[in-house]
Design a protein around this ligand. Structure first.
Ligand code: AMP
Ligand code: MG
Length: 484
């Protein structure tokens, strides 16, 4: 049971609409994340399965829950849409953990809201299964993310390209405030709401800035740093978000919205999975510049709150964005450097990392498994790996060896660092597709197995070696769909 303590509803009434979840016809529980419930300090032990289903399908509303749909706008693929909002999500309330951390508990797919526009407010089961697996895997990979507390089938059919079973996911996030939430009020010239939202966000996510003289600029910088750190981490595991619109850009630095996302198998700088990303706007290697693009939208919203004139602020931000761009590079080199066993890195290591990545790209090698092969290479001076001994590889290995030798730590320590920084298991697309296909038939065995294995992605689990493998040619997933 949650002890809701709701603060968002205390904001101005323009921030949300009260709405009740639609009653699912015959919901059934797919899974309930007991571990996460414990972390949240929520005791559901006394509830039987039927009661859990009622709560996580929105059939039963818990005491003190005030369900709302939040208002937000957003730049979608560069085009501004002034009214988006929770069209198929309903925030049940906020809960505070025993450690004092505040989380939103939200149902996704529980029916229409005033923001649904032409949508049905439902989720297809496939995206529910995908989000559950990938968001929990992301957490286990130590990457900030929203979490999944429960997944249920709704008992309804929803119409996408075909008629498919509906599902509802319970999402847990440290908040659902997006860059698009700021844009919603900014584009309406509602400066007092922008200020209220900024103050609320600072209080909730960056309380250390409350006393700062320049708190809105500092807030911007802090959001930017978290976001860029997130993108560097995504890239270090080959993750492509796929729909990095401003409405999917959280101001707390968490990964949110797992629509057409994917982890890549074969490395390719330009990789795009999403069927709707026709120009590759959100391709793997564009993610940092797109994050900066989104942050510039946030900056525009915040400028009127600052003491200086817009012209003066534009100079301030110009310099700030240059710094942020460099900051991202330093984070990226750090993340990728760890994967190569480097304890401390400099800008000069960029070349080494790119040599390695170019080699992977040229040979069409699997991103995740190639790093595992490098660990093997480090253990045996004679290679026992599948690497093709090209000139590029020889060149990379010799400069890498030299670089490792410069460190004060020995090879064993580097190997340990690599093992801690390189997952053995990632949620591979073809495995997720298998879990979805089986789930649509009411069989969740593969779904549960993936969740179990992906909870410990850095541990080599002997009995699950098949889940390490790159897809066979016939299994490769070339495109992903929102399918919402
Ligand atoms: P997304 O592409 O998932 O970030 O969603 C963009 C916007 O479309 C958000 O405002 C969603 O609430 C809305 N939306 C997506 N799917 C649906 C749906 N099935 N019913 C209503 N609104 C939806
Ligand atoms: Mg979204």
């Amino acid at each position: 049971m949650f002890h809701f303590d709701n603060t968002y509803i205390k904001l101005h009434e323009d921030f949300y609409q009260k709405v009740w979840p639609s009653s699912a016809v015959a919901p059934e529980l797919i899974t309930f994340n007991k571990e996460l419930a414990r972390e949240l300090g929520a005791n559901f032990e006394s509830m039987d399965e039927q009661e859990l289903v009622n709560v996580f399908s929105g059939k039963e509303i818990l005491p003190n829950s005030v369900p709302i749909a939040q208002a937000y706008a957003g730049h979608q693929f560069g085009h501004f849409v002034p009214s988006l909002g929770d069209g198929r999500a309903i925030l049940l309330g906020e809960t505070v953990t025993p450690k004092g951390l505040r989380f939103d508990i939200q149902l996704k797919g529980s029916g229409r809201t005033p923001f649904s526009r032409r949508g049905d407010g439902c989720s297809a089961l496939g995206p529910v299964i995908r989000e559950y697996i990938v968001s929990e895997a992301m957490h286990a990979l130590k990457i900030p993310t929203t979490r999944a507390l429960a997944a249920v089938t709704s008992g309804d059919q929803v119409f996408r390209e075909n008629s498919v079973p509906g599902g509802i996911l319970t999402r847990v996030a440290s908040s659902h405030i997006r860059v698009g939430t700021f844009e919603y009020f900014s584009c309406r010239d509602n400066l007092s709401a922008v200020k209220q939202l900024a103050d609320y966000s600072i209080n909730r996510h960056y309380p250390e800035l409350k006393t700062s003289d320049n708190c809105y600029l500092d807030f911007f910088k802090a959001v930017a740093k978290r976001k860029l750190s997130l993108v560097a981490k995504w890239m270090s595991v080959g993750f492509i978000h796929g729909v990095m619109n401003t409405d999917n850009t959280s101001i707390n630095g968490e990964t949110i919205d797992f629509g057409p996302c994917a982890f890549m198998d074969q490395f390719n700088y330009e990789k795009v999975f999403s069927s709707i990303d026709r120009n590759g706007r959100y391709a793997y290697q564009n993610q940092a510049s797109m994050a900066l693009w989104n942050l510039s939208s946030l900056a525009n919203c915040l400028v009127p709150l600052m003491d200086k004139t817009p012209d003066e602020m534009s100079t301030v931000f110009e310099e700030e964005f240059e710094r942020l761009s460099e900051y991202f590079t330093s984070l990226w080199v750090q993340e990728m450097g760890k994967k190569l066993g480097l304890f401390s890195v400099t800008e000069e290591d960029k070349g080494l990392i790119h040599n390695w990545l170019h080699y992977l790209e040229k040979e069409g090698l699997d991103f995740t498994n190639s790093f595992q092969d490098l660990i093997t290479l480090l253990s045996h001076s004679e290679s026992q790996t599948l690497f093709k001994r090209t000139t590029e590889l020889e060149h990379f290995v010799s400069s890498w060896e030299q670089r490792l030798a410069q460190q004060s730590q020995d090879r064993e320590a580097s190997k340990n660092l690599m093992q801690q920084s390189n997952p053995v298991f990632i949620p591979r697309n073809h495995q997720i597709e298998k879990a979805i296909a089986e789930g649509m038939e009411g069989n969740y065995e593969h779904f549960h197995r993936l969740n179990l294995v992906l909870a410990n992605p850095f541990t080599n689990q002997d009995e699950h070696q098949d889940l390490k493998e790159a897809p066979k040619e016939s299994e490769v997933v070339h495109q992903t769909f929102c399918g919402t």
